[in-house]
Design a protein around this ligand. Sequence first.
Ligand SMILES: *Cc1c(COP(=O)(O)O)cnc(C)c1O
Length: 380
Amino acid sequence: MSNDQMKFSTLVVHAGSAPQPHTAGVADSIHLSTTFVHGADGRRAPAGLEYQREAHPNALALELALSSVEGGIESLCFASGMAAISALMHGLEGHGEVLIGSDVYQGTRTLAREYLQPAGFNVREVDHADLDAFERAIGPLTRLVWLETPSNPLLAVGDIARTALLCKAHSAILAVDNTFASPALQNPLRLGADVVMHSTTKYLGGHSDVMGGALVFAQRGALFERVAHFRHLHGALLPPFSAWLTLRGLRTLSVRMDRHASNALRVAEYLAGRGEIERVNYPGLATHRNHELAARQMRAFGGMLSMQMKGGRDAALKVAERLRLFTNATSLGGVESLVEHRASVEGAHPVTADNLLRLSIGLEDADDLIADLAQALDGI
Ligand SMILES: *Cc1c(COP(=O)(O)O)cnc(C)c1O
């Protein structure tokens, strides 16, 4: 059966795997060697490897799997999501304009402002749930459009297919941060994007125990070559054990994401009925501004949501403090549920409303999560 014929849950289990040479082990081995034998004239052995900073067997196995689950041609894995974003930004040529969604991951925005802007790129923020705003902003100077959907922490949804058409018309690159949805719920390359980015630290790793990032490319072109060159020179490749853990996590993505998404929908529906809450941001709710688009674009609505308290910052902090099953911690996409008051962790100039709590819904029983939220809300 070819990859194209497999359903996602089959693909995610089998992509890029083969019994191990030498041992016939069914599980992958971890290869720690930093260097690989070559000929006296420098000619590489048939596996093509030379030095771990450039490539190693566990990274290659993960990259093969990622290309296949995202429907890409090539993948590059990195030591973190930020390393992946940085490498892609460094792969841009010349100067011009970069458009980023207004509700992107804070690190993405900071990287664009502090490094792309001084390098000669005009960085502009656009409301990415509003396609007309992109249409007005894009032009002949646009080199890159950065779309994160659903976004962090407002869960705004951008239209990937239509943004891709706009980018094609202006010869701009469309990169999509697919961290929140994961390839289980949407495949931006199939909708016309050029590059997909993941913080594999989140749903792909899935257990809050391994950092990593990845870029998956629709084509093996000049952009891919420049980014691969950058990764090699800057030493940004994901190490072997991390690559092994990430691929191990990926194998269960399909079943985990089913539970994350069904739990999150139940929690969102419960929270929407609580009088203390001004707004629940979850694309699976019919009241969400982009619900119809999300229903078209995604196979389910994911495991992330945020809620905004009528009682402002104080009420939000009280709820976060009273929760027992939800741990107060940053990050997301692990088996355990997490809560975070974003404004408190955003430093001196927070961009997130101070009545907002972000929830990463884990794999616990939905009834237990709802009971925990109920007791926390009852207490304010
Ligand atoms: C976490 C995250 C990143 C950054 O990834 P790291 O692995 O933490 O470097 C980028 N985008 C999104 C949406 C994220 O959640």
